[in-house]
Write a protein that binds this ligand. Structure first.
Ligand code: UT7
Length: 315
């Protein structure tokens, strides 16, 4: 397939590191030097589903395609206010599409997983035009009293339209169960028979374990793809990585022996918006003219699960 349209939407409320240090024992100095984040966009009176629909409409406009032309909608989302129906069904109604839709929860790696699913459906001859929307509100998953976690995240929605083509050159997906490193737990409705104790636990993270996993998984996925496709890192024009921590991005860049200019980022302004990071960054790079036709782009993401994935495409 090939990506022919992108779109993104951010909440209007911008929260700076200084604003966080008004109610948390933290500082701009700590957050910026440890993560590279200065500000993040945080949902206030917006609804995530509205942002997802708007991002989808922007991507369709950009692709010059109507919702009626879509054969499949894949939505990557960890949390939103609806447990059911799926966010993809809500998006379908919002854009006026009629095709089948599905939600996936692959945490921060959702965009890469969605592209692989689209490619596989396309290769099986089942679809031609696919809409991917990654919409996330991780700021509603964290405790805003936990300085170790809440300072890292921002919200947003990013979308991409894929159609027939030969631009996605390869995708590598990986999973390695590690449920105590990055998780959130919610209690379910009680029944007369449910006997286990339940409680709501906001997002918990063993930061250094996740950091190590992220570097290993992303470097491994990218190296695997390079080898499989007979490429070298030097052949790649742009690496669009999950925006979790600037130090993670720099470590991967140095592992690959590639200059930081090849790694466009928006983490300074947006923080980590889970699976929405990849399509938002892609959309921003496209709109800024950073990506030129024919260039080779690698995308790579990693997150809770652990799951990770990378793709190589010709832009
Ligand atoms: O989307 C994928 C999921 N997330 C990630 O990929 C994140 C991966 N991990 C990381 O990015 C980093 O591990 C963090 C940014 C989360 C933490 O950075 P770190 O350099 O690993 O710091 P640390 O956890 O070792 O903490 C160092 C110190 C601790 O104090 P003590 O024990 O040394 O006294 C923390 O309590 O920094 C303290 N600390 C803070 N201080 C000020 C932790 N958070 C904060 C904070 N402000 N916000």
């Amino acid at each position: 397939m090939k990506i022919i349209g992108t779109g993104s939407v951010l909440p209007k409320k911008v929260v700076t590191n200084e604003m966080l240090s008004e109610f948390l024992d933290t500082s701009d100095e700590w957050i910026y030097t440890r993560t590279g984040i200065k500000t993040r966009h945080v949902i206030s009176d917006e609804k995530l589903e509205d942002m997802a629909v708007e991002a989808a409409k922007k991507a369709l406009d950009d692709a010059g395609m109507s919702a009626a032309d879509l054969d499949f909608i894949i939505c990557s989302n960890v949390v939103n206010e609806y447990i059911t129906p799926s966010l993809s069904c809500i998006i379908q109604g919002g854009i006026g599409a009629t095709c089948p839709c599905i939600d996936i929860n692959c945490a921060c790696a959702g965009f890469i997983y969605a592209v692989e699913m689209a490619e596989s459906f396309y290769a099986a001859g089942k679809v031609k035009n696919v809409l991917i929307v990654c919409a996330e509100e991780p700021t509603r998953m964290t405790s805003w009293e936990d300085r170790r976690v809440c300072v890292l995240f921002g919200d947003g929605a990013g979308a991409a339209v894929l159609t027939e083509g030969d631009n996605i050159k390869g995708v590598k997906l990986s999973s390695a169960s590690a449920t105590d490193k990055l998780y959130q737990i919610r209690s379910l409705e009680p029944t007369p028979y449910a006997t286990k104790e339940e409680q709501n636990i906001p997002l918990q993270m063993k930061g250094q374990d996740v950091f190590k996993f992220a570097v290993k998984a992303s470097s491994g996925d990218i190296t695997y793809l390079m080898d499989k496709l007979g490429m070298k890192a030097g052949d790649v024009d742009h690496f669009l990585l999950h925006q979790a921590n600037m130090r993670i991005i720099n470590t991967i860049a140095s592992f690959l022996g590639q200059p930081s200019e090849k790694f466009p980022t928006n983490i300074e302004d947006h923080g980590n918006s889970s699976s929405a990071c990849c399509p938002i960054l892609l959309d921003e790079c496209k709109r800024k003219g950073i990506l030129k036709k024919g260039e080779t782009v690698v995308m790579s993401a990693f997150g809770a699960g652990f799951v990770s994935g990378a793709l190589v495409m010709e832009w």
